[in-house]
Design a protein around this ligand. Structure first.
Ligand SMILES: [Zn+2]
Length: 504
C-alpha cells in the first residue's frame, strides 16, 4: 500500500527532510548527554532520549514508506538517502531497543565509574597503563594487570545477558545471529575478515615467533605472561625515552603538522578536553560541522601523539563533511571513519616527522619503527582474538574463558590463566563488533598512503588535507565507500599495502 501522505519523489524528499531535522536534534541532545555522562556531570536522561528515538524511527508508517519506495526511485541521491534511512531504522531496532537499553545502560555506567585498585589504593587508568608499560617489578605489573581485570567479574553476568538480548533481536529480524546483522550493517564480510586475520597471522608468524623468543631471553623469564608484552615493547626494547615526546607539545605539534598538510586547526570547530576516560582517546560529535569534542588523557610518549592525532582525524572528518542531510552525513561505515583517522595517525610514524619534530637520528628512527611495527603486530593479533571470541559468544560459546585462553595461545603464543575474564573489553558493551575496524583502519590508510606517495611523491605533504577531504570526508555518505576509495586511489581496496608494511 502506498503511504498516503507521500505522493511523489518530492514528497519523499520532504519527508526525509523532516526526519533529518528531528534526528539531528535528537543526535545533538544524545551527544551532549553522553559527553556529560562520561565526565560525570549532570545530563539529560538517556532512557527518555532512547524512547524518543524509538518513537521517531520505529513506526509502522516508516516501514511502509521504506518498503514502498525502496525500488523505482529515479533520483539517485534520493535513493541513497532512503537506503541510509532504512539502515538507520534497522540499526535502531537493536541500538535503541528499550529492553536492551535497560541491560546495557547500567553496564556502561559501571564501566565509566570503574577505578582500578592496587594494594587498596585507587589508581587512574592512565597510571595503570603506565605501570604495565614501564614498571620493572614484574609482580607489580601483574597486580596492575589484575587490577584492570576486576571489571570483568563485575560486569560479566550482565554482558552475557546483553549478548543474548542482541542475538534474540537479530533473530527476530530474520538474521541467523547478531554477528550476521551487525557486520552487514557495517558493510563487512565475515569471510573476508577471517581471511584477513589469517593473512596477518601468516605474514607476521616469523617476526612474532622471534620476538617471543627474544622476550624470554632478554627479560630472563621462563614464559611470557600477559603483563610482560607492553613492558617489553615500551621499556625493554631500546628506544628514545617517553620524555622525548612531551605531552604538552602534542596539540601544538598536530596544529603545525596540519598546517604543513594544508589545513588550519583554528578554523575547525574542535575542542580537546583532558580526562581519565576508559579509552585511549575519544572523539565525540556533538553536532556535525559545528561542535566536535575530543576527550583524551595523554601522557609523555610517542604513542600518545599517535592516539591524539587519530582523534583529530575523526574530528576533522566530523567537522568538514557535507551536512545537508544528517542521515547521509553519518552514512559511512565505522571502519571508514577509522581509516580517515588513520590517515592522520600514521603521520606520527613517518621518518620525516620524527626527524623534523623531535630531532631524532637514523638509529632512533629505526628503533621507533621497529617498536611501532611490533606494537601493531601485537595489536592486530589481539584484534583477531577479540573478534573471534566475541563472535563465538554470540554463537553460543559456553566457555568464553577457555576459548580466550585457546585463542591467546594461538595468536599471541602465550598462556593466560584459565580464569582470565573477558567481559571487561568495553567495546563489547559500547561498540559491539567493532575491534576489527582498527585493523581495517590500517588496511585503508596504508592503501591510500601508497596512492598518495605515487601521486604527490610524499606522505605527509602539502596536499594531504585537501586530498583526504575531497575524496573521503566531504562527500559524507553520499558516495559509497568502495567508490570513494576507488576514485581516490585508482584501485579497489585490498590488504596488499598492509601486507607489505607487516612483512617489510
Ligand atoms: Zn578511532
Amino acid at each position: 500500500m502506498k503511504p498516503t501522505e507521500i505522493r511523489d519523489e518530492n514528497g519523499l524528499a520532504a519527508f526525509l527532510d523532516t526526519m533529518d531535522l528531528r534526528l539531528k536534534e535528537l543526535g545533538h541532545r544524545k551527544g551532549l548527554a553522553h559527553f556529560h555522562q562520561l565526565l560525570g556531570e549532570p545530563h539529560e536522561d538517556l532512557t527518555r532520549l532512547n524512547t524518543e528515538f524509538v518513537d521517531l524511527l520505529l513506526t509502522d508508517e516508516n516501514d511502509r514508506i521504506v518498503d514502498y519506495w525502496k525500488t523505482g526511485i529515479s533520483d539517485s541521491r534520493l535513493n541513497r538517502r532512503l537506503k541510509l534511512f532504512a539502515d538507520t531504522i534497522l540499526s535502531s531496532r537493536i541500538g535503541n531497543d528499550p529492553e536492551l537499553f535497560e541491560i546495557s545502560h547500567p553496564i556502561e555506567q559501571k564501566i565509566i565509574s570503574f577505578q582500578p585498585e592496587m594494594g587498596g589504593k585507587i589508581i587512574s587508568r592512565s597510571e595503570q597503563g603506565k605501570i604495565l608499560e614501564s614498571e620493572p617489578d614484574r609482580s607489580r605489573r601483574r597486580t596492575a594487570y589484575y587490577a584492570g581485570k576486576a571489571l570483568d567479574e563485575r560486569i560479566e553476568f550482565d554482558v552475557v545477558r546483553l549478548f543474548e538480548k542482541r542475538n534474540e533481536l537479530a533473530v527476530k529480524l530474520g538474521y541467523p545471529d547478531y554477528v550476521a546483522l551487525g557486520l552487514k550493517l557495517q558493510e563487512i564480510d565475515e569471510n573476508e575478515l577471517r581471511e584477513l586475520f589469517e593473512q596477518v597471522k601468516t605474514s607476521t608468524e616469523d617476526i612474532w615467533t622471534q620476538t617471543c623468543r627474544r622476550i624470554v631471553r632478554d627479560m630472563g623469564i621462563d614464559a611470557i605472561e600477559p603483563w610482560d608484552l607492553s613492558y617489553y615493547i615500551h621499556t625493554v626494547l631500546k628506544s628514545p625515552a617517553p620524555e622525548r615526546f612531551p605531552k604538552k607539545d602534542i596539540i601544538p605539534t598536530f596544529k603545525a603538522e596540519l598546517k604543513k598538510a594544508g589545513g588550519d586547526l583554528e578554523k575547525l570547530p574542535i575542542r580537546v578536553i583532558e580526562r581519565d576516560i576508559p579509552y585511549g582517546g575519544l572523539c565525540m560529535t556533538i553536532e556535525f560541522g559545528k561542535d566536535i569534542r575530543i576527550l583524551a588523557n595523554p601522557r609523555d610518549g610517542l604513542q600518545w601523539y599517535d592516539a591524539v592525532f587519530h582523534e583529530f582525524g575523526h574530528a576533522i572528518h566530523g567537522s568538514l563533511l557535507d551536512t545537508s542531510s544528517y542521515i547521509v552525513a553519518g552514512g559511512d561505515p565505522s571502519f571508514f571513519w577509522e581509516g580517515v583517522a588513520g590517515m592522520y595517525e600514521r603521520i606520527v610514524h613517518e621518518p620525516s616527522f620524527l626527524k623534523g619534530t623531535f630531532g631524532l637520528d637514523d638509529d632512533q628512527i629505526d628503533q621507533i619503527r621497529h617498536q611501532t611495527r611490533l606494537s601493531r603486530i601485537l595489536w592486530f593479533r589481539r584484534i583477531a582474538v577479540s573478534c573471534l571470541l566475541e563472535w563465538a559468544v554470540y554463537r553460543g560459546e559456553t566457555d568464553p574463558r577457555g576459548l580466550l585462553a585457546e585463542l591467546t595461545k594461538e595468536y599471541l603464543g602465550l598462556s593466560v590463566p584459565d580464569d582470565t575474564g573477558w567481559a571487561g573489553n568495553t567495546l563489547y558493551t559500547t561498540h559491539p563488533l567493532y575491534s576489527q575496524n582498527y585493523l581495517l583502519m590500517d588496511v585503508m590508510a596504508l592503501h591510500t598512503i601508497e596512492a598518495i606517495r605515487e601521486k604527490f611523491g610524499a606522505y605527509p605533504g602539502p596536499d594531504l588535507f585537501e586530498f583526504v577531504n575531497m575524496y573521503y570526508v566531504k562527500p559524507g555518505g553520499w558516495i559509497p565507500w568502495r567508490e570513494k576509495i576507488r576514485s581516490a586511489t585508482g584501485k579497489d581496496l585490498t590488504a596488499d599495502a598492509l601486507g607489505r608494511y607487516l612483512s617489510a
